[in-house]
Design a protein around this ligand. Structure first.
Ligand SMILES: Cc1cc2nc3c(=O)[nH]c(=O)nc-3n(C[C@H](O)[C@H](O)[C@H](O)COP(=O)(O)OP(=O)(O)OC[C@H]3O[C@@H](n4cnc5c(N)ncnc54)[C@H](O)[C@@H]3O)c2cc1C
Length: 577
């Protein structure tokens, strides 16, 4: 136990402006945009807040695509089974069943909204294969530009620029987009319900927005690690906002590291350049992982070889790197040939070539990097959380679909489905819907043995504070060292001590300070839960507890207490019952 205390409220400047809306959505990725389209179509007012410009999240960077059963030779049962295997005992089977059943219709809905997916010669959707899938079921666009097409089509639909034959109902609600705007904290009523949001705009002016519903669709947490595939926006703000609003966070120790991220040759490294993700689909087409001596890394390590689930591949690579002391391994895709590279992976090819590596003629230097957050804010697939008025969809939510490890290409599908379903839920505001939401949120709260955790409704008895942005490099270094691909008890204890040592300031915080405070939250959640879980399972690997332990087929739950400490509880997963 450390004396790590997190701010229960963030200190920012005086309020300079006030707005009112029906629904506030934080985030303009697939989840946020899918929700907004439904709510607008129902004639309600939506205010969307995004840190950069519309569509600036991970969504637009997704390469592989979206998993959904569309081939008659494939089956929902097989998609379900593959997801449960990857989830290593911590998926909620009912939620996964809902997801896989909803996925084919979700693809149809995206096509209706204007998405143009790749087609085979016979006109059917072209299907890719990725790690952990036993069937070709990955729907993609532009070869490896799948996320960009999803983001483009949803943004175009939001902007009302859909093709003329898909005319939008004339009763469309009013859409307000606040770009370069950072959400800070939820605004709550005396009984704990969320009814608004505090934000800081691009000029540093603080605003308060009021609405019936606040939707967190704020994406991932990758910026807490020094190497990540995620965009700069992914600083875990959604987690911080939810935690400080009294929400429960589930399974945050499960962080997926993508095995194959390009190690940019030193001569081509630019400050702030992102890591280039080499999609699993490249291994699906036959590329192999080798070390500097040409030895096949995955040989004899897993029946699916190079297409084993991500955690297995990343752990094998990590072990090889530790044993050899090398900085990188290689992904050899030279056998794919120029045509396959150009037709299937044009974006990856270009991004690698721009950084001095030609995948057609040479093996690509790679190593694992933080990629996807499997845990998150406890929520249903409709986005309902434990806090009235607060909703969570997409990567920031833990719906039970991703378990201890995400199956490749299930996340974009989940983000769209959850956003779409929540959008439909928030389309009507009537007593019946609100009563239903209240029942779901109470069931989540009390069904999860959370009486062990003290999670008071209001946490406002602490003086508001922030962690200054000057602390950011130190926090990121500590999280990278203590909570990487392979963890152990002493490293995690050191991490929590390092986080506790970061001084809090009671000066008015900037957007950069808000992000840094949320990075501390990310480290605290991941570190605390990873220390608690004395086993290795899915994407959580510990060198001092290197196997899964059956009695640990449990979820971890964390909540913020009024003194700023994290309360924890665990509960047997549905799959273990
Ligand atoms: C390189 C890469 C490749 C991927 N490939 C695939 C793939 O092939 N298939 C797949 O299924 N998944 C893939 N993923 C994962 C997938 O893209 C994401 O899980 C998914 O897109 C998340 O969608 P989202 O809407 O939840 O969040 P995002 O698309 O990440 O959007 C988050 C939004 O929240 C906003 N935001 C965050 N904090 C704040 C704040 N404080 N205030 C205001 N706005 C805020 C951001 O600006 C952004 O608009 C990939 C991810 C990456 C990074």
């Amino acid at each position: 136990m450390t004396d790590l205390r997190l701010p229960t409220r963030l200190r920012v400047g005086p309020v300079g402006q006030r707005f009112e809306s029906d629904v506030i959505i934080v985030g303009s990725g697939a989840a946020g945009m899918a929700a907004a389209i439904r709510v607008l179509d129902a004639g309600r007012r939506v205010t969307m807040i995004t840190k950069g410009a519309l569509g600036d999240g991970s969504t637009a960077w997704a390469q592989g695509g979206l998993a959904a059963v569309t081939d008659p030779a494939d089956s929902l049962t097989d998609h379900l089974a593959d997801t449960l295997v990857a989830g290593a005992g911590l998926c909620e089977p009912d939620q996964v069943a809902e997801l896989v059943a909803a996925a084919p219709a979700a693809i149809e809905r995206m096509i209706e909204l204007g998405a143009r997916f790749d087609r085979a010669i016979d006109g059917a959707l072209a299907l890719g294969l990725e790690g952990g899938h036993h069937h070709r079921r990955i729907i993609h666009a532009g070869g490896d530009a799948s996320g960009a097409e999803v983001a483009r089509s949803l943004a175009a639909s939001l902007a009302g620029s859909r093709p003329a034959h898909q005319s939008r109902p004339s009763s469309r609600g009013q859409f307000t987009l606040l770009e370069r705007c950072t959400a800070v904290d939820a605004i709550r009523t005396a009984d704990g319900a969320v009814r608004g949001l505090r934000v800081i705009d691009g000029d540093g002016v603080v605003g308060e927005l009021y609405a019936d519903a606040v939707v967190l669709a704020a994406g991932g947490i990758g910026q807490a690690w020094s190497t990540t595939t995620n965009p700069a926006t992914a600083t875990g703000d959604g987690l911080g906002i939810a935690l400080r609003a009294g929400a429960i966070i589930r399974d945050p120790e499960f962080v997926q590291f993508h095995p194959t991220v390009l190690v940019v040759p030193p001569a081509h490294r630019l400050p702030g350049d992102r890591g280039v993700l080499i999609s699993e689909a490249v291994r699906g087409e036959g590329a192999r992982l080798v070390n500097g001596h040409g030895k096949l890394i995955m040989d004899g390590r897993h029946p699916m070889g190079d297409l084993a689930p991500r955690d297995v591949v990343a752990a094998a690579m990590h072990a090889d790197l530790l044993a050899s002391g090398d900085e990188q391994l290689f992904l050899d895709g030279t056998a794919l040939g120029a045509t396959t590279w150009r037709q299937h992976f044009p974006t990856i090819l270009q991004l690698c070539r721009e950084r001095g590596v030609d995948p057609i003629t040479e093996p690509v230097p790679v190593r694992p990097a933080e990629h996807y957050f499997c845990g998150g804010i406890l929520a249903t697939l409709d986005g309902v959380t434990t806090v009235p008025g607060l909703y969570a969809v997409g990567e920031v939510a833990s719906t039970g679909v991703q378990g201890a490890n995400r199956l490749a290409s299930n996340s974009l599908t989940e983000a769209f489905i959850a956003g779409d379903r929540l959008g439909r839920l928030l389309s009507v505001r009537d007593v019946e819907t609100e009563a239903r939401i209240a029942v779901i949120s109470a069931a989540l709260r009390y069904g999860a043995a959370l009486d062990e955790v003290d999670h008071p409704y209001l946490l406002d008895d602490q003086a508001p504070a922030v962690v200054g942005s000057a602390q950011r490099p130190r926090l990121v270094k500590a999280i990278t060292r203590g909570a990487g691909v392979l963890r152990d008890g002493s490293g995690l204890t050191e991490l929590l001590a390092e986080l506790a040592a970061a001084p809090q300031s009671n000066q008015e915080g900037s957007a950069a300070d808000v992000e840094t405070t949320n990075l501390q939250v990310v480290g605290a959640l991941v570190g605390t839960a990873a220390l608690l879980r004395t086993e290795s399972r899915g994407s959580h690997r510990r060198s001092d507890h290197d196997r899964p332990v059956p009695s640990w087929q449990r979820h971890s739950y964390l909540a913020l207490q009024s003194d700023g400490q994290l309360g924890t509880a665990t509960e047997t997963a549905a799959a273990a019952a």
